[in-house]
Design a protein around this ligand. Structure first.
Ligand SMILES: [Zn+2]
Length: 412
């Protein structure tokens, strides 16, 4: 499986079941993602122990990456964090944390007004200067927040009065547990609440099969399902990328599945070359009436990259799903730069030129778009000969009296 995850994102301290201790784990993904500023959820990551090479699969949303999310329910601890209104604040020994409504200081005291549910409370405590914070965003309070805790989260165990870091999830044969390494290096295994316990394999497998049968009655017959630890592994052959994405989204949408690892491949009915794929995408982009421009298409072994500009008011909503249905497309990334109509320049001239070119009898059967992009006139579309391509260029140059013209007309 390691080969299917070629890109190493980072190294993370995690608990290894085989080594029975916390070791460095390499986190590998199937695409070269960046973890700066967080990651999309549900992306499978292969975690490999750097001591014994034991591997497990986790998902991007099970890790604490980079910047903390808003409302992520981290709690600040008095004496260990700097506090501002809006934070959750916990005093050691208290029953629960409160939401800080205001805080102010006198010469020797700090005064907080906290909301505990519906009731406000004023708390006075000695002034405590926090010079360095181990976890500036706060902590997960254990054991109550065990279900929310992510790998890499700093935690505070209220009963034991100890700090630590979450290092993974394990199953001891009966229950799923959160593993925490405390600051004295001891390990704590906290049983997760029933609602987040993984479903038994047979049950999750049946649920997935039924769901796919319901939504993809034809295609799902060619898909095999394997489950383990709440993860659904999909394999088999499907019709096109569009179906592959839809099946994956369907499984990822199942509440009780942790996520899905998609090994499905796209059926190659007959061989389709990258050039053929590129041509069909370009013809789609050159559909009359579609207001797109500055488009680029790259295809390499069925992996497609498309970038294009469009007028916001005419956003081509369906372009991505249409391309995903093309046979031979294995992977697809579409980047659309949408520009509001009133920010487009020289639209009147461009429109007049388009009209002029469309009625020119020597350019019959061609499709030519003219837009002013990046301080130049851009000619895109298709003609049938080099003479037509030069003629279109000539017509535009004569009219706009400018040398900034780029002629990207294709000869088909
Ligand atoms: Zn190991």
């Amino acid at each position: 499986m390691r080969k299917q995850f070629p890109y190493k994102l980072l190294t993370q301290k995690m608990f290894c079941c085989r080594c029975q201790r916390v070791t460095d784990h390499g986190l590998f993904a199937r695409e070269p993602y960046s973890t700066h500023g967080g990651m999309e959820p549900k992306i499978p990551l292969l975690c490999s122990c750097e001591v014994c090479q034991n591997i497990i699969v986790c998902f991007s949303n099970e890790f604490r990456f980079g910047a903390s999310e808003k409302n992520a329910e981290y709690t600040k601890i008095y004496g260990y964090n700097r506090i501002t209104p809006g934070n959750w604040l916990y005093f050691k020994g208290a029953v629960k944390p409160g939401l800080v409504k205001s805080c102010f200081q006198t010469r020797d005291k700090e005064i907080y007004v906290l909301a505990y549910g519906a009731k406000d409370e004023k708390v006075e405590c000695p002034k405590h200067l926090v010079n360095s914070e181990e976890s500036p965003d706060g902590y997960r309070l254990l054991p109550v927040q065990s279900a929310l805790t992510l790998i890499g989260d700093h935690v505070y165990h209220a009963i034991r009065d100890m700090f630590g870091v979450a290092v993974g999830f394990v199953n001891d044969g009966e229950k799923d547990k959160l593993v925490v390494q405390m600051n004295d290096n001891s390990l704590l295994f906290i049983t997760l609440p029933q609602v987040v316990q993984n479903l038994p394999n047979a049950k999750l497998s049946d649920m997935t099969r039924n769901k796919l049968m319901q939504f993809f009655p034809e295609e799902s017959r060619h898909v095999s399902i394997t489950v383990g630890q709440g993860i659904v592994y999909l394999d088999g052959l499907v019709k096109n990328l569009s179906v592959k994405r839809a099946i994956r989204a369907c499984v990822n949408g199942m509440q009780r599945a942790r996520g899905c690892v998609d090994f499905m491949k796209i059926r190659a009915e007959s061989y389709i070359s990258d050039e053929q794929i590129e041509k069909s995408i370009l013809s789609l982009l050159e559909t009359p009436g579609l207001r797109v421009f500055n488009y680029k298409v790259q295809v390499e072994q069925g992996r497609v990259l498309v970038s294009l500009g469009c007028i916001r008011e005419y956003f081509p909503k369906e372009i991505e799903s249409k391309i995903a249905e093309f046979p031979g497309v294995q992977d697809l990334s579409v980047k659309i730069d949408s520009i509001p109509m009133d920010e487009m320049e020289n639209t009147k001239v461009c429109k007049e030129l388009e009209y002029e070119l469309s009625v020119n009898s020597r350019l019959a059967d061609s499709l030519i778009r003219v837009n002013y992009v990046d301080e130049k006139y851009l000619l895109e579309g298709k003609v049938h000969s080099l003479i037509q391509k030069q003629l279109a260029m000539f017509c535009v140059a004569r009219r706009v009296l400018s040398t900034s013209i780029e002629n990207r007309l294709r000869i088909v």
